[in-house]
Design a protein around this ligand. Structure first.
Ligand SMILES: Nc1nc2c(ncn2[C@@H]2O[C@H](COP(=O)(O)OP(=O)(O)OP(=O)(O)O)[C@@H](O)[C@H]2O)c(=O)[nH]1
Ligand SMILES: [Mg+2]
Length: 231
């Protein structure tokens, strides 16, 4: 895989195991919010999965949590229409909240719906204090599309940390994947809030899922360490 991908060696075996454990426990549905007023109260740290409609957000959440149907998947775009909150619990405490976001760029949806989703997505990323990072999913077969520009700009403007994750990597040849990673890397270098490394995944084969889990575990650890009082 090209140098633009997070090399699998970027994570130690211990980090891969930490990532596995983070997602191995019990996951439960918390809430579905179609408007800001309906957001559940903030609990533990939160990560959100954003991306074009049909890019594979819900599939990736199921692959990470090892659940076949935690998040709803559909062959037709526009399946997830609200912010869907899931919590991973341990000893009665929420250790991580995952948010499955409505997809954008779904041209067949009525304009009023598109506007409502866009407003919701943008308000949520701007105003959620517990949001640790947005995972911005990009279809490996397509790369960055015009519909991605708006959310990238909103994340940069709000200084919300985000990392790009390629989905459906099983559906592209290795050479095409390398080209895709190289051009994404170049595009992200100019983006202030982007995490520079791109993760390549496939919910279908499980490729890159363990690395994504390890990356999320590392994010939470770094966040905890940053919040410790300095003596
Ligand atoms: N080949 C392949 N197909 C995938 C993969 N992940 C998801 N898909 C397919 O892509 C389609 C959309 O998947 P979803 O997970 O529902 O996508 P989504 O981004 O949640 O879609 P919306 O909720 O409509 O925004 C489904 O037909 C999935 O089976 C993958 O890793 N490889
Ligand atoms: Mg979905």
């Amino acid at each position: 895989m090209s140098s633009a991908a997070e090399p699998s060696g970027a994570f130690s075996a211990a980090e891969i195991e930490d990532g596995r454990r983070l997602f191995a426990g019990h996951w439960r549905f918390v809430a579905a919010a179609g408007a800001l007023a309906a957001l559940p109260p903030v609990a533990g740290p939160e990560i959100a999965f954003a991306g074009r409609s049909n890019v594979g957000k819900s599939s990736l959440i199921n692959a990470l949590t090892g659940r076949r149907a935690l998040a709803r998947i559909s062959a037709s775009p526009g399946r997830t229409q609200e912010l869907i909150f899931f919590a991973g619990t341990e000893a009665g405490r929420d250790r991580l909240v995952i948010v499955d976001m409505p997809g954008y760029g779904y041209a067949a949806a009525p304009r009023s719906k598109i506007n409502a989703w866009t407003t919701l997505i943008h308000d949520y990323v701007r105003g959620r204090a517990t949001l640790a990072r947005v995972y911005l999913l990009i279809d490996a077969r397509r790369g960055l599309m015009p519909a991605d520009a708006q959310i990238l700009a909103a994340l940069d403007a709000a200084a919300v940390s985000y990392q790009v994750v390629l989905t459906k990597c099983d559906a592209v040849a290795a050479a095409a994947l390398d080209d895709r990673l190289a051009s994404l890397h170049e595009a992200l270098a100019r983006r202030p809030a982007a995490y520079p490394m791109v993760l390549a995944t496939s919910a279908a084969t499980g490729a890159g899922i363990a690395e994504l889990g390890a990356a999320i575990h590392r994010l939470l650890r770094e966040r905890r360490e940053a919040q410790k009082p300095i003596r």
